[in-house]
Design a protein around this ligand. Structure first.
Ligand code: PMV
Length: 324
């Protein structure tokens, strides 16, 4: 056991999305995914295992958590206790500098920071692969926030082979994510529940079967810094996921009217020659991926669109790390 350890991690935006599991308990995904860590937005988490505690304690943004959030953290700490062979409960204190649960992947930064801080505090020194596997057990997309920059989650066959690797460092491509925040409310159906509905959509089998092709196109476009090709496959993949969501039983509709208006606007800008494209996660907010030289006008133009409350900017960032 070590003294308190603090880790920081960024959320990530998926270019090729993870939606649906082959194994819900182990969070083994139906398909691989590719993402970029987002600078500027961050979760910081401190963990200390304490032999005096009778149960785990978890505070988020200064507020003590009970019920489902505490249970999820506690369940995750069970994996760490199993790995380290210790039965001690822990004090976990976490803070986000961006809205929680609104399609900005707070669970990704949360569980990647928790995996690093908790494993270190428990006396473990896990490899990056094993840290990514551990983070995956808390939230699938969290495995992609462990490595640096642009990451690919290899779906794998089992717990040992499902983890994320860096495919390019943060400075590889001057890409940015301008997030048009339409709502900061908690989403009505969380992604864990959403993943369980994916197989109820008649469109899901096609989405999964064709995923390797989209992954290859995205990986290649990214490595060649080919924005046109990248934009096409990113938008196709986002629409595929939302089509699956909308045709699930019961249907999942995360978009708001403003989401649709923004997507239309981004297409108009691209038609006029701007390097911009859009992707949407499990929430109404629109992530506008753009070459950095588009940011000045883009930030202003997005902020002026109806329904946009705020524009957050994320650039390619490092993976999870220990902080003092
Ligand atoms: O990691 P989860 O269970 O929060 O799922 C994330 C799902 C999406 O954000 C919609 C897609 C993705 O790949 O990040």
């Amino acid at each position: 056991m070590r003294p308190e350890q603090t880790a920081a991690a960024h959320p990530n935006i998926a270019f090729i999305k993870y939606w649906g599991n082959r194994d819900d308990a182990l969070r083994l995904p139906s398909n691989g995914s590719i993402s970029m860590n987002l600078s500027g937005m961050e979760t910081r988490t401190s963990v200390r295992f304490d032999p005096e505690l009778q149960q785990d304690c978890f505070t988020l943004n200064g507020e003590a958590q009970v019920g489902a959030p505490l249970q999820r953290v506690s369940q995750f700490l069970e994996h760490v206790r199993k790995l380290s062979g210790s039965g001690c409960f822990a004090r976990v204190s976490s803070s986000n500098n961006f809205p929680t649960g609104a399609g900005i992947a707070s669970s990704a930064s949360a569980f990647s920071a928790l995996a690093l801080a908790a494993s270190k505090a428990a006396g473990l020194d896990l490899s990056q692969k094993d840290l990514s596997r551990l983070a995956r057990l808390g939230s699938g997309s969290a495995c992609r926030s462990i490595p640096d920059g642009f990451a690919e989650w290899l779906p794998g066959e089992d717990d040992g082979s499902s983890y994320a690797v860096s495919i390019a460092p943060p400075d590889y491509w001057d890409l940015a994510d301008a997030i048009a925040v339409i709502s900061q409310d908690h989403k009505p159906v969380g992604s864990s529940a959403g993943h369980r509905l994916a197989h109820t959509s008649p469109l899901n089998a096609g989405r999964v079967t064709e995923a390797p092709e989209r992954l290859a196109t995205c990986r290649e476009a990214l490595l060649n810094r080919d924005f046109e090709r990248f934009a096409e496959v990113v938008e196709l993949d986002s629409h595929y996921m939302h089509a699956v969501m909308r045709t699930s039983t019961p249907p999942l509709v995360y978009w708001e009217p403003a989401t649709e208006v923004l997507l239309w606007q981004v297409w108009q800008w691209r038609k006029r020659g701007h390097a911009v494209c859009a992707t949407v996660d499990a929430g109404p907010n629109v992530h506008v991926l753009a070459l950095s030289n588009e940011l000045d006008w883009l930030k202003k133009a997005l902020a002026e669109l109806p329904g946009v409350k705020n524009v957050l900017i994320g650039k390619p960032a490092e993976g999870a790390r220990l902080v003092g």
